[in-house]
Design a protein around this ligand. Sequence first.
Ligand code: G6P
Length: 611
Amino acid sequence: MCGIVGYAGGEDAVPILLDGLYKLEYRGYDSAGVAVCRDGHLRLAKTKGYVRELDRIVDGGRLLPGAVGLGHTRWATHGRPTDSNAHPHISHGGKIAVVHNGIIENYAKLREYLVGKGFEFGSETDTEVAVNLIQHYYNKHGEILRAVASAARRMEGSYALGILCEDCPDMLIATRRESPLVLGVGDGGNFLASDVAALIKYTRDVYTLEDGEIAVLSESGVTVYNGDLEMITKTPERVDWDISAAEKGGFEHFMIKEIMEQPDAVAKTVSPRVADGRVTLDELGIPDEYVMGVTKIYIVGCGTASYVGVAAKYNFEKYAKIPAESVVASEFRYSSPMIDEHTLVICISQSGATADTIAAMREAKRLGAKVLSIVNVVGSVIARESDWALYTWAGPEICVASTKAYSTQLVLTYLLTLYFAEKRGAISAGEYESVMREISLLPEKMASVVKDRETYQYLASIYFNNEDIFFIGRNIDYALSLEGALKLNEISYIHSEAYAAGELKHGPIALVTEGTLVVAVATYGKLIGKTVSNAVETRSRGARVLSVTTQSGADIVGGVSDRMITVPDTHDMLLPSLGVLPLQLFAYYMALMRGCPIDKPRNLAKSVTVE
Ligand code: G6P
């Protein structure tokens, strides 16, 4: 979603801001803008569309000199993606400029209040309310930090704000509530950003701004205050992300690069948690009494993360013998889950910043559950607020459609399942050992699947004109079907849906006509025959069947499929890790054949920080 970058230093700001905005493009956006303060005057440029258009308008920054500035990519919420709704926004009177991520929920009331005070508005955004509210308090107090603190107290909802004021031309101000902001401490200049990808090229020393804090950045330093404007001391953290992770490294898209990185990412995520053939999760420090006493698990997440939860649900029930339910976070937060202190809520999120997942986590804690999170971004809100955080070591995931985050989340759910199953005596020693043996072979088996890209290129060349595709599967294959359909929706814009294979005949089969493509996901040994029967029912009605199965399932599946993809055999628990790879590659090459903007699909955002 929206991205913020800011710079106060000794160099011209706009080239640095544009560079940061390019790095933030992956978050998803539909307009972009920059503002600088120079010789006591604010100047800005903004446009609907891509950063490269903004770059052209300001001639790479040459037309907008100045050493203190702000940049923004906007993902439209209040108001359409137009030039006038793009950020930065300027206050009535032109003294203050603001960029904003998040949603100010009481903006209508505040706008009415400000209109009553004579303020005029030129856009439909809630951001213009924020900038005018600051201006209102600036008129009153004559002091910009007091004005920001007073405005912050009146705004409800979520916001991360970057602020420039003509009267303080050397200063960049920032504050936040719920939307993330990081401050980068550089040599000869300091930075502000909504995520580290924008500033990692310049510095690896960052502060995370906490809710309610106000920061002042200048060429010489960074000062942070609490909401009462008392100065506070913060310790910088060192970011160790590999800078090349934010570059395509010779691949045409981040998505294919990230698909290919999955075997390594899985190995990196698993290896620190396995010693002598056993899962060690000492890093969490979960008391054994708690593990023994868990009576129910909810697994909560959004999008791809929620489909990891669907696979995990089956595994927790089957191997750890704990009742488990997977619920999308946007539903969980407003439902009435039956929770007590023996309920474990597992929140899964790549970014750790998804608004619905954060709200679900807080609701679970309020109701008395313990929360364990599986998160990729270190120090993110979900990681910090949960009782226990397990990190996926996937590195930055840039493509909006998630791949390596999915795979690393999935393996952590296996480790958790085994950890709970062993402690509770729910799994036999033989079975435990056989899963562990297969976990150690997983990266190698994954690598053998992703290296065969030609197969998917070929399949895409046959199927790319399909406008409706159905995915069917049972149990963990149903979880995979959900993810396979989502991937196609996201990046190829093909209408695709997933059904539990047994449900097909209760309605959806009415949609099957001559030539409909049905992807039958049939990797789970015990249920392959059942799914195949459902695929045959669609074939008898004219469907073409593309199957995904295991090497040992090929005999049953081959004869009834138009085309078949096989993945290596592995332990049943781990099948989703191999089964997902053909679905990702298929979606990627389908989108490629259709000429779609794969890494930044229309209307989608990487970090969904609004409800
Ligand atoms: C967005 C992204 C999806 C992602 C979902 C959850 O919708 O486009 O790829 O799966 O958010 O994100 P999270 O960061 O919580 O995993």
